[in-house]
Design a protein around this ligand. Structure first.
Ligand SMILES: Cc1ncc(COP(=O)(O)O)c(C=O)c1O
Length: 280
C-alpha cells in the first residue's frame, strides 16, 4: 500500500531515534481492574476530598485554566513554606523536566543523569538535540563522583531522582550538598523528589532548604504518587526566581488543567409585579 501522506515535513535530527517511553502493562487477561505497580500508581486511589473537588470541577471544563495556577500556587507555597513566585507548574513533573530542557538546552549541550535515571529526563533532552550522559550505577544508586565525572563544558543540567525509581535507592542530604558544591555555577541541578513522602531513612533530606539560597537548583514534586492523582497530571518545581521566569517565557501553555472559577449564568430575575392600588 502506498502512503498518500508521505513526503511531508522532516522532523529535526534525532527525533525519530528517540526510544519512546514504554509504560508497564496496564491490562491482564481475567483481571478487571489491575493495579499498575510499574508506574507506582497509588493503589488506594485519590483521597475523598480530591474526588469531590474533581466532580464539582466538571461544571467548568469549558473555561480555560488559570495559566498561573494561582490557587494551587498559594496552597503549595503555604504547605511547603516556599515563595509562590518561585514555583513552576507542569502537566505532571514530566512537563517540568521538559520545560527546563527546552529552556536551557541547545543542540550539542548535554544532560547528566544516572544509568537508571528516570526516562523522561532523557526523552525531552533528546528532543532538544542534546546528548544524554549516563553515570554508572553499579550499586543501583546515583553516585556523586560518577555523576561529576560526566560533567563537562556542555553540561547544562544534572538530574538526580531522590529517592530514585525504579532502583528504590536514595542519596543523603550530605551527598546532594556535596554534588551541588562541586558543580559549576552554570549547571542546573534538578532534584526530582517524586517519592519524597515515602522516605523514612533518617539521612534523607528534602532539597527545598538547599535550593532556597542557590541560583542553580530546582526541586520537583508531583501529585501523582502519594496523592493518587496521576491521571490529573500535576507537578511542580521550586526554582530560583530567574529560572522560574525564564521558564514562563519559554512556554505559552496553561499546564495545569483545572479551569478558573466560573459561575453559570443566572436566569433573568423576575420582578414581581406590584398591583397598582385601585382608585377608590
Ligand atoms: C522518578 C520519577 N520522577 C517523576 C515521575 C513523573 O511524575 P509525574 O506524574 O508528575 O509526571 C515519575 C513517574 O513515574 C517518576 O518515577
Amino acid at each position: 500500500m502506498t502512503d498518500a501522506t508521505a513526503g511531508g515535513p522532516t522532523p529535526k535530527p534525532g527525533i525519530l531515534d528517540i526510544a519512546p517511553y514504554v509504560g508497564g502493562k496496564s491490562a491482564i487477561a481475567g483481571v478487571a481492574e489491575p493495579m499498575k505497580l510499574s508506574s507506582n500508581e497509588n493503589m488506594l486511589g485519590a483521597g475523598e476530598k480530591a474526588r469531590v473537588a474533581y466532580e464539582a470541577a466538571v461544571r467548568n471544563i469549558h473555561v480555560y485554566p488559570d495559566g498561573r495556577a494561582t490557587k494551587l500556587r498559594a496552597a503549595v507555597a503555604e504547605t511547603h513554606g516556599l515563595e509562590p513566585e518561585r514555583l513552576i507548574f507542569g502537566n505532571g513533573s514530566d512537563e517540568v523536566f521538559a520545560l527546563l530542557n527546552q529552556t536551557y538546552l541547545q543542540p550539542g549541550d548535554n544532560i547528566v543523569t544516572g544509568q537508571y535515571g528516570f526516562l523522561a529526563y532523557r526523552i525531552s533532552a533528546k528532543a532538544c538535540e542534546a546528548e544524554v550522559k549516563l553515570a554508572p550505577e553499579p550499586n543501583y544508586k546515583a553516585e556523586v563522583d560518577a555523576l561529576l565525572a560526566q560533567v563537562d563544558d556542555r553540561t547544562k543540567i544534572v538530574y538526580v531522582s531522590n529517592p530514585s525509581n525504579p532502583t528504590g535507592s536514595w542519596n543523603s542530604g550530605e551527598e546532594i550538598r556535596r554534588l551541588h558544591a562541586a558543580l559549576p555555577d552554570h549547571v542546573l541541578l534538578v532534584v526530582d523528589e517524586a517519592y519524597a513522602e515515602y522516605v523514612t531513612e533518617p539521612d534523607w533530606e528534602t532539597s527545598f532548604g538547599l535550593a532556597r539560597d542557590a541560583a542553580n537548583i530546582v526541586v520537583t514534586r508531583t501529585f501523582s504518587k502519594i496523592h493518587g492523582l496521576g491521571g490529573l497530571r500535576i507537578g511542580f518545581g521550586y526554582a530560583p526566581l530567574a529560572v522560574a521566569e525564564a521558564r514562563s517565557t519559554a512556554s505559552a501553555c496553561r499546564s495545569t488543567s483545572r479551569s478558573r472559577g466560573w459561575k453559570p449564568p443566572q436566569p433573568p430575575c423576575r420582578t414581581r409585579r406590584t398591583r397598582r392600588p385601585r382608585a377608590s
